[in-house]
Design a protein. Structure first.
Length: 164
């Protein structure tokens, strides 16, 4: 189940529903990508922050990107664990732990938990990196692109250019 922190939902209140941010899953995606790019993950339950189930599987708009997102998750988890991409047995174990190729979502329960943790950490990264919550979509998107680009530029992210 994809889960979004309730404080993230409140933080995005002024831009949610405004093109191109049409669904709660769009908010989740922004948070997850920020978390994966920055390498930041967190468990909101440890901080006492409630989460809301938003959807059980990939919504139609994201099905085409499902495998890319899962790949970024695997890369982020390998980096977090300090596993070199050449360590085939360790990479294979990470895939087994996170990826369920025959399931509708492509994720194991642990994969869901990890991706939700990156979405939580990504929200924290975004909220801490901006002076205020987003008031307009255009300003948010401009700032978002800059923040994610900077996170990738640090080498901590999972963007393909950061992997080499």
């Amino acid at each position: 189940m994809f889960r979004l922190r309730s404080d993230a939902e409140k933080w995005f209140a002024d831009v949610e529903g405004r093109d191109p941010i049409k669904t709660k899953f769009d908010l989740y995606y922004f948070c997850a990508m920020a978390g994966l790019a920055s390498g930041r993950s967190s468990d909101p339950s440890k901080a006492g922050v409630p989460v809301k189930d938003i959807v059980a599987g990939w919504i139609e708009d994201y099905k085409a990107a499902q495998h890319l997102i899962i790949g970024l998750l695997v890369v982020a988890e390998l980096r977090k664990s300090g596993i070199d991409f050449q360590e085939k047995a360790s990479v294979r174990e990470a895939f087994k732990r996170l990826v369920a190729p025959n399931s509708a979502t492509g994720l194991t329960d642990e994969g869901f938990k990890a991706l939700n943790a990156y979405a939580s950490g990504g929200y924290e990264f975004l909220a801490e990196s901006r002076d205020a919550r987003p008031a307009t979509v255009d300003v948010f998107l401009r700032d978002y692109l800059r923040l994610v680009d900077e996170a990738v530029g640090t080498g901590a992210g999972t963007h393909p250019s950061a992997i080499a």
